[in-house]
Write a new protein. Structure first.
Lengths: 809, 241
């Protein structure tokens, strides 16, 4: 039986020359049966419309007052775009359906109107939803809710924003028991985890992939670089490709790379093709201008970071160029999918490796895409910091009983395994800080009444909470603004970078060459132009590590010489040379080369576990080398290998790489590491220990604000098992230190360490040796060593530094 | 921990990497900006910071006292984060401080945070303390001084080395005056290039950054207030990698 849409929808589709797609009808039918759903479809599959169809059909059949459907997307811009796209059919069909958006930008006036007269369809973000949930009126506002649509589930599940949204959904399910859920997702590696994130009983409707993408690769003319990640040498070819296409997105891996490549392209851009830049540190207005220009087809190319990974469909993008390592198959597919948002046409993409290892990685990624081998980590358990924020939000809405809240929270997938003790500890943190010293009884945020219900202590607590909702914590940033009255703001850069600038120093930002003039409060004042070698701001956490899947593909390629002839000539030579001078890293062993060079001994371990894991490993290995008397001097980590250098020859490597290194050394190092401090800052902000915003102009703010590092040190010493420290360690283990990957590798390679002693550097080791000096891994120990060095130089030269802007330059 | 000697107004003073100062001739220990009970002060405003700061700072102070066995301990002001801080001390912390102050003579120089003497604790309170050629006050006085030792500003300094910036609390001194770093567990700092500090050292001087085992000393040049024009590049002390 041919299935059709009900009128007036069938007519409207026909009037546009469209036919409802099978998955759209499937979603409609399943939703009408009252099922929870996860729709998995590639980009361009009409996913969003499919998600809204059931609600539109219901509301067209029986118009009503009140909130019917809530749409949540990680991107504010996406909500606005979807609202526009929905308004067209609703107006065309003259449906009596009200549609509104709500985000941090919505005026208080409009928000007020919305709570009095809720729209039928409300489009919002996880943060705005969390604010709504914390209102005393939440129960009334959401009681009519029938459906929630969660867009881009693949991008949000497993993140802290995802944790927050899951908790809000658990709350909504309680306020509106009839509510059903529809999740919309791109193709993902961990389908079942994503399905459970949407709902425990959600059914999956999957749309088969569209046309496979066509992915090519271009190499820089001339010598193939041994190292470097910027890919600037390929700028001429990139420009040629841009000129051949209608509109290109040039994706890069870091903001610094975006700035540099943008400069390089414009140096060559004699035809003055309109090329723009887009990244997360640029002023929002600037980003929106670029996006609008893309929508109108006014530009030919945009150099972008992950800031354009998600987002509205720019139908006119017909080419994607990825410069630098793709890092993962899923990520590459996501980016490639930005070109040609029509499912049945192939997306066209070009990879531009910046060095020889990246050539291998690109080859592996292309093979991975062809095999449709998706990667990425499964969603991790929910963060306790987010839980703390949510608990206080719930208390702001209405008094609650801990038993009931605990039961409710366990219905959120990320918290399904939360044990009661951890919940109690988190609750206690919200109540009174949860410290071993009962110091804060008088300052508690929640109090218990005689029936065991928890209430918020004061309006002030509520106000503070609502101002600080959200789980995105930026590094401390400073605004970049032109000097002089009314100077325009260009965006934000991280404070630590500005701290290294002196007056007159030049740097590249927002696609401009700027000269630093001075720092005024939280504004970095600049002028155009300037002389000298410009610096480029780098950003915390800007780099993601190579995925496990891609790493094993690279490994497999190295072990299959028959594949090599497909590689570019210089790569073939390089690999052949390696087999002559040394050996290839095996599929399941750990190849370690040692060789002398200058007055040092080098150790190169081919682990292929990604940069973060290698950094952790480097730290642990050098500590062990120290204990074994090998006098380690330093280490460097790339996505593929970890290398150390030492004063004496490293021997007995099997013992060096024994799995027991994960014991005390790890704990001790982790606690001291800057990564843990950074994690702690995020946790402390999200959990509400450190407020980002204070009501009104609180002139006492400086007295309340304490540097999170100081808090961390004190807490670690006096209550090492405090809930926030537990949350911090969990975060760091999963993310920046990648301890899990180190542990897996160490247990895998026991008894399989293959030590090759060489008399000089091997071809495969050259790239990592070239990284030495570019990468600085900081520990407190090395801080002391650096200070020592600086003091020594100062003593020898005895030259005072002028005190202008900064003390030392 | 190795203390470094420094001469001020003809007196030999030992700067300790722990942030305190010892005057051997007088067997006097000087500490500044302890900010006891900063956590409970923040808690009053809604931020429930870990309430162990007083305990931690006290442990530091007790360590310094043990090390130098001074005849007197001079606290350079802002010993408490606010004037009611002493009243909020936990019983155990109070007892500890009480016993320290009974064993050694405490001189409480008053600061802007604690303008009144700490209630219920032994010791002498004074707006400023003179001893020999030295004068101890919370906040440096503008203009010429000779032999002034103060706190208040929580000086810190940054050293750019090999592409990173290392920031530490520090002593700052010229031949005429010296400022002590804050040693409270929750005290932040103000960069020595900030005008509030720089103005007191118009001829430049030296900073001593606190390290784990020793101090790291660097000379600093004269301040050039209002310098906005581009000066010729001075000889780089350190180059960034």
């Amino acid at each position: 039986m041919p299935r059709t849409l009900p009128e007036p929808f069938a007519g409207w589709f026909a009037s546009r020359g469209w036919k409802a797609r099978a998955h759209q009808l499937d979603v409609l039918e399943a939703a009408q049966r009252g099922e929870n759903l996860l729709l998995i479809a590639p980009t361009g599959g009409g996913k969003t419309l499919a998600g809204f169809l059931p609600s539109l059909v219901e509301l067209a059949a029986s118009p009503r007052e009140g909130l019917h459907t809530l749409y949540v997307s990680p991107l504010k811009a996406l909500s606005a775009d979807v609202a526009r796209n929905l308004t067209t059919p609703v107006t065309d069909m003259r449906l009596d359906i009200s549609i509104e958006t709500r985000s941090g930008d919505t005026s208080p006036d409009k928000r007020c109107k919305q709570s009095e007269a809720p729209p039928n369809l409300l489009l919002t973000t996880p943060e705005s939803l969390a604010v709504m949930i914390s209102q005393p009126k939440a129960a009334e506002f959401f009681q009519t809710l029938q459906r929630v649509i969660i867009d881009e589930v693949h991008a949000i599940a497993g993140t802290k924003r995802g944790d927050q949204l899951a908790l809000c959904l658990a709350r909504l399910a309680m306020l509106a028991p009839d509510m059903r859920r529809i999740g919309l997702s791109a193709t993902v590696a961990h389908r079942d985890a994503i399905r459970r994130y949407v709902a425990d009983d959600a059914a999956i409707i999957e749309v088969a992939g569209g046309a496979p993408p066509e992915i090519g690769m271009i190499l820089p003319q001339g010598r193939l670089p041994w190292s470097g990640h910027m890919g600037l040498a390929s700028a001429p070819d990139i420009l040629t490709r841009i000129a051949e296409a209608r509109m290109t997105i040039v994706f890069v891996n870091t903001r610094a790379q975006a700035e540099l490549l943008f400069q390089e392209l414009w140096k060559l851009n004699d035809a003055t093709l309109p090329i723009a830049i887009h990244h997360g540190s640029l002023e929002m207005a600037q980003r929106l201008r670029v996006e609008a220009a893309m929508a109108d087809g006014r530009i030919r190319a945009v150099v972008a970071t992950a800031s354009l990974d998600l987002g509205i469909d720019w139908g006119s993008v017909d080419q994607v160029i990825q410069v630098g390592a793709p890092k993962g198959v899923s990520r590459l597919l996501q980016r490639v999918g930005r070109a040609n948002h029509r499912m049945d046409e192939a997306s066209i993409a070009t990879l531009v490796p910046a060095n020889r290892f990246e050539v291998l990685e690109c080859e592996a990624a292309i093979a991975g895409v062809a095999a449709h081998e998706l990667d990425g980590d499964p969603p991790r358990p929910g963060g306790l910091d987010v839980l703390a924020q949510h608990i206080l939000g719930c208390a702001c809405a209405a008094p609650f009983h801990p038993d009931a809240l605990y039961a409710e929270i366990r219905t959120a997938a990320p918290y399904a395994d939360l044990d009661r003790e951890t919940f109690n500890d988190t609750l206690e943190f919200v109540e009174n800080g949860g410290y071993a010293l009962a110091a804060y009884d008088t300052y508690r945020k929640l109090f218990r009444d005689s029936e065991g219900l928890l209430h918020v202590m004061s309006d002030r607590v509520m106000r503070m909470h609502r101002m600080n909702i959200g789980t995105i914590v930026e590094a401390p940033v400073l605004k970049v603004r032109y000097m002089g009255r009314g100077g325009g703001t260009l965006g934000e850069i991280e404070e630590y970078f500005v701290n290294m600038l002196r007056q007159g120093d030049t740097f590249i930002f927002a696609g401009r060459l700027l000269s630093f003039q001075r720092l005024r409060e939280n504004v970095c004042e600049v002028t155009d132009g300037g002389e000298g070698e410009p610096k480029v701001p780098a950003y915390e956490g800007g780099r993601m590590p190579l995925t496990t899947n891609l790493a094993s593909r690279v490994r497999a390629m190295l072990n299959t010489p028959s594949l090599w002839r497909n590689f570019p000539e210089p790569v073939q030579e390089w690999l052949n040379m390696q087999t002559i001078r040394s050996v290839m890293p095996g599929r399941s062993d750990l190849l370690i080369e040692t060789f002398p060079r200058g007055d040092r001994w080098y150790l190169v371990a081919y682990c292929f576990e990604g940069r973060n894991a290698h950094q952790t490993l480097g730290m642990l290995i050098t500590k062990r080398m120290e204990r074994f008397g090998m006098q380690p001097l330093g280490f460097v980590a790339t996505d593929y290998v970890m290398a150390t250098w030492s004063a004496t020859e490293p021997t007995d490597l099997a013992r060096l790489f024994e799995v027991d290194m994960l014991g005390d050394d790890l704990e001790a190092w982790m606690d001291e590491s800057s990564m843990l401090r950074r994690s702690f800052r995020h946790v402390a902000v999200i959990a509400g220990l450190i407020a980002r915003h204070y009501p009104g102009h609180d002139k006492n703010r400086r007295q309340v604000t304490v540097n999170s590092d100081l808090i961390y040190d004190v807490l670690r010493k006096h209550q090492p098992n405090h809930i926030l420290l537990r949350a911090t360690r969990a975060d760091a283990a999963a993310g920046m230190t990648d301890v899990g990957r180190v542990a897996d590798m160490l247990s895998r390679i026991q008894g399989r360490v293959r030590h090759i002693k060489l008399d000089r550097v091997s071809p495969l080791a050259v790239p990592v040796l070239l990284e030495i000096g570019r990468e600085n891994v900081r520990t407190n120990d090395s801080d002391e060593a650096l200070l020592e060095e600086a003091a020594l130089i100062a003593e020898a030269t005895h030259l005072p530094e002028p005190r202008q802007g900064r003390l030392f330059g | 921990m190795t203390a470094a000697p420094l001469h001020l107004a003809g007196e030999r003073l030992m700067l300790d990497p722990g942030g305190c100062l010892h005057w051997p001739a007088q067997r006097m220990l000087v500490v500044s900006d302890l900010h006891f009970e900063k956590s409970t002060s923040a808690a009053l405003r809604g931020a429930l910071l870990p309430p162990f700061d007083t305990r931690e700072t006290l442990a530091q102070l007790a360590g310094h006292i043990r090390k130098y066995a001074p005849r007197s301990v001079l606290c350079l002001g802002d010993s408490f984060h606010d004037s009611k801080g002493a009243a909020r001390l936990q019983a155990a912390d109070h007892a500890r401080l009480q016993s320290l102050a009974q064993e050694t003579r405490f001189i409480w120089v008053l600061g802007n945070h604690d303008p009144t003497p700490p209630a219920d604790l032994p010791g002498d309170a004074t707006p400023e303390h003179r001893q020999g050629p030295l004068v101890f006050r919370h906040q440096a006085q503008p203009g010429r001084v000779h032999g002034e030792i103060s706190g208040h500003f929580h000086p810190k300094a940054s050293v750019a080395v090999r592409g990173t910036n290392i920031t530490r609390p520090c002593f700052i001194a010229d031949g005429y005056r010296m400022m002590l770093p804050a040693i409270g567990a929750y005290t932040g700092g103000l960069d020595v290039s900030a005008p509030a500090i720089a103005t007191h050292f118009p001829r430049g001087g030296r900073v001593f950054l606190l390290g784990r085992e020793r101090l790291y000393s660097f000379p600093i040049g004269p301040s050039r207030p209002g310098a906005a024009r581009r000066e010729p590049e001075p000889m780089p002390l350190l180059t960034r990698g």
